[in-house]
Design a protein around this ligand. Structure first.
Ligand code: PLP
Length: 384
């Protein structure tokens, strides 16, 4: 089968990250995308066994009630209590759809200058640029240190927390400082918290901090990185009403809502998460991370540059002299798919040229098999 959207002869490492992820879904060991593909827990298996029942419940119920239940259950399990009173929440097919709506709303409001965390997943800058917004890179460490003095003039500031690919989390004091700075400068503060379920440090009540500050804010949440539900998922677009962005109008230009069946599934999975599923997920990801580190000990096979990372992907800093685009092409030829990190550094691809990103949300045996191929490759590369 042909790969969509790539012209013949284009080197794969120049593709965007999603194109590489699509290729990884076809053949070989897919350690590329950050979607949840780990095995179901016993509790999740029971929910999947109940899918026909959920379907019939969804058919009978009032959809806005199911929508609210999914939002309340998911967000309260993750500590976001203030969202339930202070936010209007729009359920979307995915976080990328929420992102597209947010980007279009910024453009429609004439807010065109966006400061964006650097590095981050490339579909965020691609969507923002795609609607005609101008981007300024804001290094992740500037955001984490809340170094407000160095920012240029902006209309919006966008922060991914926990960040993909580094796992870096914006702590509560830093969020409060950015919220105060944005409020003082009439800047919209937007967060992508798609990975927050993996890291308890990202589960303080962000909405309380935002609401208390008086800033105009938007938060994009996502169940898709968390539950291994074959991409039956929801992205939530949350915001306080009364701001400048026509989010509701643009949302209704694009969709009516998410399938009530998916809303029922998200509610059931979030309840199971609260009852031990999230704790099990944290253990699984920690075990997979430790196994990967053990298979590729530093400094022989490079370095693990993100010691605090708890999300479901991990960066490997390759040994000096190796180019991640080349290495990931060579690994693909050996049927192992990982991502070269150049595109995460959307303002300066060279900054990511020495890093690979490896997904941990996979069956453990796949991760072990992939790590062995990577180890053999790196051993041969350093010998030759
Ligand atoms: C931080 C972040 N936000 C949003 C997305 C987009 O997710 P989706 O394609 O499920 O909409 C991704 C994808 O990996 C991501 O890493």
């Amino acid at each position: 089968m042909t790969v969509p959207h790539r012209e013949a002869g284009v080197r794969l490492s120049t593709a965007n990250l999603t194109e590489l992820e699509i290729r990884a879904e076809r053949v070989g060991l897919n350690l590329a995308d950050g979607h949840a593909r780990q095995p179901l827990t016993p509790g999740q298996e029971k929910i999947v066994d109940r899918l026909p029942e959920l379907f019939h419940t969804a058919r009978r119920a009032v959809v806005p009630d199911l929508d609210r239940e999914a939002q309340v259950t998911y967000l309260s399990v993750l500590g976001q209590h203030t969202a339930l009173t202070e936010a209007k929440i729009l359920s979307c097919y995915s976080s990328s759809v929420a992102m597209e709506i947010f980007a279009r709303a910024l453009f429609a409001a004439g807010l065109r200058r966006v400061g964006l965390i650097h590095p981050t997943f490339d579909n965020i800058p691609d969507i923002l640029r795609g609607v005609g917004l101008g981007l300024r890179a804001v290094p992740e460490h500037v955001l984490h240190r809340a170094d407000t003095a160095v920012l240029p003039d902006l209309d919006a500031l966008f922060i991914t927390t926990p960040n993909n690919p580094t796992g870096g989390v914006l702590d509560e004091p830093a969020l409060a400082q950015w919220a105060a700075w944005c409020a003082a400068h009439n800047v919209v503060l937007a967060l992508d918290t798609s990975f927050r379920a993996f890291d308890p440090r990202a589960q303080y009540d962000h909405y309380r901090v935002l609401a208390d500050s008086g800033v105009e804010w938007v938060v994009i949440e996502d169940t898709g990185k968390v539950f291994p539900s074959l991409d039956l998922k929801v992205g939530f677009l949350a915001y306080a009403t009364g701001g400048r962005l026509p989010l509701w109008r643009i949302y209704t230009d694009i969709l009516l809502g998410v399938s009530p069946m998916i809303l029922c599934l998200v509610t059931a999975l979030a309840r199971e998460g609260a009852g031990g599923g999230f704790a099990a997920l944290h253990q699984t990801i920690a075990r997979h991370r430790a196994g990967l580190h053990a298979a590729l000990p530093q400094p022989t096979y490079g370095r693990w540059p993100d010691p605090g990372n708890r999300i479901s992907v991990e960066r490997l800093a390759l040994p000096p002299g190796l180019d991640a685009g080349r290495v990931s092409d060579d690994l693909r030829a050996r049927d192992v798919h990982v991502l070269p990190c150049g595109n995460f550094h959307w303002a300066d691809r060279a900054e990511g040229a020495g890093h690979l990103r490896i997904a941990l949300s996979r069956p453990e045996k796949d991760l072990h098999a992939g790590a062995e191929v990577i180890r053999d490759y790196l051993a041969a590369a350093s010998a030759g």
